[in-house]
Design a protein around this ligand. Structure first.
Ligand SMILES: *Cc1c(COP(=O)(O)O)cnc(C)c1O
Length: 396
């Protein structure tokens, strides 16, 4: 179909909750995407931080094709190799020995909330409530939306799940007041993603861990965005040397295919007795094959270290824009999870970048968020920063 026909059909037949710019993507390679008109875009949106090793990495493509040729789906009534191997692999990457696979981040969060409640139910403790952060983002289904600390996303969808308290991010005193004898878990993003790329001060996550231990509730880290190498370690909490009780991952985990994970300890996982929770598609064989290939590439190509050095490069280059443009206030982030904070809504800058051939995202209203693939090159970083520089010129 012609682009113009597709855009017309999109306008009349898609639900209006998305408002993409007027072009249709056609193909991708590495850090680049092309639209149907042949225009090339540098992709620092990465499918919202999903594209871990670039578009169409040959090894990921081969893994997907090979699994598709064997079988596409089996449900979890039967074992398949990819699910088992991925659970083993995740156990080697973090504290948790047990994994439940899902299709998305929101489902991983739902599983985490359900497991936390059931853990206390099994111990005859009346703990069903949750404490989360203002401006947090945990997903769009009712449980995860309820813990999401952005009232505008709740608007018109209420009532939310009861028993949820929100406190300012990185405020340990507020958290201390909010956690009670009814709290099942505190759920926190170790780095606020959608809320505007905020890194808490050193020691905060450790203080949260201690607080949860003192008060007898569980700690959930939502690393859907910050996990799988985004910040230069497999998981962002590993920079701080603290471990949660339950961890969620998704986005880069599937290397472009829909896949999420709820990871926990042996002790906590034991409450998921046979039949207590399930997903028809979760841990689908093709998604698992793409994931295992992606994790292999991250290891073989040393992409955790690469994310650290390239992230530093990106932040330094953006820092120069901060000293040059009055509308640019600050650069935040860790590894390749980076935000450029503006003194005004970031949408116009985002739009100008897209026109000039750079895809990015907006977070927290005033932050231009950059989540490039972990194997992004110095030259691509320089190219992206030059486009942002030109876009900022239009505001000064
Ligand atoms: C994206 C995101 C989610 C939701 O993931 P979906 O796959 O869109 O359901 C949950 N938590 C965090 C931290 C996220 O960034």
């Amino acid at each position: 179909m012609l682009t113009s026909e597709l855009l017309e059909t999109a306008r009349t037949h898609m639900t209006p909750n998305y408002a993409p710019p007027p072009f249709v993507l056609d193909r991708g390679e590495g850090t680049y995407l092309w639209d149907q008109g042949g225009k090339k875009y540098l992709d620092f949106a990465g499918g919202i931080g999903v594209i871990a090793v670039g578009h169409n990495h040959p090894k990921v493509v081969a893994a997907i094709a090979q699994q598709a040729a064997r079988f596409c789906h089996s449900s979890n009534l039967f074992y398949h190799e990819g699910y088992i191997r991925l659970c083993g692999r995740l156990a080697s990457m973090c504290f948790g020995d047990r994994t439940f696979l899902t299709n998305s981040g929101t489902e991983a969060v739902e599983a985490a909330l359900k497991v936390a409640r059931r853990y206390f139910h099994a111990r005859d403790e009346d703990r069903t409530q949750f404490v989360a952060a203002h401006n947090s983002f945990h997903g769009r289904t009712y449980g995860s939306l309820s813990v999401t600390g952005q009232p505008e996303l709740h608007k018109g969808f209420g009532p939310m799940m009861p028993g949820i308290t929100h406190v300012p991010f990185a405020d340990i005193d507020a958290l201390d007041k909010a956690v009670t004898a009814q709290t099942a878990a505190v759920i926190i993003e170790p780095i606020l993603g959608n809320g505007g790329i905020k890194v808490p001060p050193a020691g905060y996550l450790e203080a949260v861990r201690d607080l949860c231990d003192d008060k007898g509730c569980l700690l959930i880290f939502d690393e859907v965005q910050s996990g799988i190498g985004r910040t230069g370690k497999w998981f962002a909490h590993q920079h701080e040397g603290v471990t949660p009780d339950i961890l969620t991952a998704a986005k880069m985990l599937g290397g472009g295919l829909p896949l999420g994970a709820m990871i926990t300890t042996d002790e906590i996982a034991a409450v998921l007795t046979e039949g207590s929770h399930a997903s028809t598609y979760g841990g689908n064989p093709i998604a698992c094959a793409a994931s295992l290939a992606t994790l292999d590439i991250i290891e073989e190509e040393g992409l955790l270290d690469h994310a650290t050095t390239k992230g530093e490069e990106l932040r330094v280059a953006l820092g120069e824009l901060v000293s040059k443009h009055t509308c640019a206030l600050e650069v935040r982030g860790r590894g390749l999870m980076v935000g450029l904070v503006l003194d005004r809504p970031a949408k116009p800058i985002y739009r100008q970048c897209v026109i000039d051939g750079l895809l990015a995202t907006v977070a927290g209203g005033t932050v231009l968020r950059l989540l490039p693939p972990l194997n992004v090159s110095s030259q691509e970083i320089a190219e992206a920063v030059a486009i942002i520089d030109r876009a900022l010129n239009s505001l000064d």
